[in-house]
Design a protein around this ligand. Structure first.
Ligand SMILES: Nc1nc2c(ncn2[C@@H]2O[C@H](COP(=O)(O)OP(=O)(O)OP(=O)(O)O)[C@@H](O)[C@H]2O)c(=O)[nH]1
Ligand SMILES: [Mg+2]
Length: 308
């Protein structure tokens, strides 16, 4: 039975798109996963983690909410940064509501103002979402809300913590309140608009982000070369390559006697096995592709930004 049927005879069915925007590290992807109830988007303490515009589909009786995660909007340093900004700014076009995610623990600043200005052409209702609230006191939260509201008009304000779950229900209720009456845009059994190859590549990249520092995380691009998933047998086999820009980064990522890349592979495999509820074989290689972040065609090949 689809959500249309579940909504009951004569009931209004609501559907639409709600986009999350904000500075890198604001907590957009963590919120996205919390709403979805499972890990789909990767998360890390390294700013500029998200490189794909991901859509998650939340089905419930009476509505279908399509939540859009975007790359953090920032001052770009290369073609990749420009592409990610373009992708995030484009994701605010024709949405039903726009959520500006503001980290409660980082004072509202020029980076936030820049995002509000860059997305000003969207006439959609705006929500101010104050994230990481379990780490900020009442006075800190009030100051953040006051600063954001002085810079921009918001139609709703929600304070939440994706880590504790506080405020997530209210976030969904508020987002749904902005949805118009409409059909299911996605079949009820679909929860994400990205192919499995992209999700697998992202899971691998998340483990690289967690196990490397300095310049390595941003220099990494992951490509799934081959993937076969036998649902009946519950087995998935993946061959993937992690690309870096310099020989030195390759050495760091491979590690002493291949220990680091082995650890990355093991952790990514466990995440994927949990996600697919299947056994997973993962063959992971590291290769050099010099200056790929300056190369628009390579960025597209990875599917980052607009290409997603
Ligand atoms: N304490 C706390 N930390 C959080 C919360 N939500 C996210 N974080 C942390 O904030 C960091 C960034 O989270 P992400 O969800 O990757 O942030 P993002 O906005 O998607 O970042 P980009 O993809 O780089 O734009 C991670 O270390 C998260 O664990 C929260 O509710 N509480
Ligand atoms: Mg993110």
């Amino acid at each position: 039975m689809g959500p249309d049927a579940q909504a009951g005879e004569g009931a209004v069915f609501k559907s639409g798109f709600v986009t999350l925007v904000g500075r890198p590290n604001a907590g957009k992807s963590t919120l996205f996963n919390a709403v979805l109830g499972k890990k789909l988007a990767i998360v890390s303490g390294t700013p500029q983690t998200t490189r794909h515009r991901f859509r998650a589909i939340v089905n419930a009786p009476g509505y279908q909410l399509v939540l859009v995660d975007t790359p953090g909007i920032h001052k770009p340093h290369d073609a990749l940064g420009e592409e990610l900004n373009r992708s995030a700014c484009k994701a605010v076009e024709s949405v039903d509501a726009l959520c500006f995610v503001l980290d409660a623990t980082r004072a509202f600043g020029s980076g936030d103002q820049w995002i509000l200005d860059a997305t000003a052409r969207s006439k959609a209702p705006r929500m101010l979402v104050l994230s990481k609230c379990e780490c900020a006191g009442d006075a800190e939260q009030e100051a953040q809300v006051a600063a954001a509201c002085a810079a921009n008009r918001f139609d709703a304000v929600v304070a939440l913590s994706a880590h504790t779950g506080a405020g997530i229900g209210r976030f969904v209720e508020t987002a749904v309140s902005f949805l118009p009456e409409g059909p299911c845009w996605f079949p009820p059994d679909v929860s994400c608009d990205q192919p499995l190859e992209v999700i697998v590549a992202e899971f691998i990249r998340e483990k690289v982000l967690a196990s490397t520092f300095d310049e390595v995380p941003h220099a990494v691009g992951v490509q799934v070369e081959e993937l076969s998933f036998d649902r009946r047998k519950g087995h998935c086999s993946v061959r993937a390559t992690v690309f870096v820009e310099r020989e030195s980064q390759k050495g760091i990522l491979i590690g002493h006697r291949g220990e680091r890349i082995k650890q990355v592979g093991t952790q990514a495999r466990l995440d994927l096995a949990r996600f697919l509820a299947a056994s997973v074989y993962l063959d992971l290689r590291v290769k050099l592709r010099r200056h790929w972040r300056r190369d628009a065609s390579q960025i597209r090949r990875f599917g980052y930004g607009e290409g997603a």
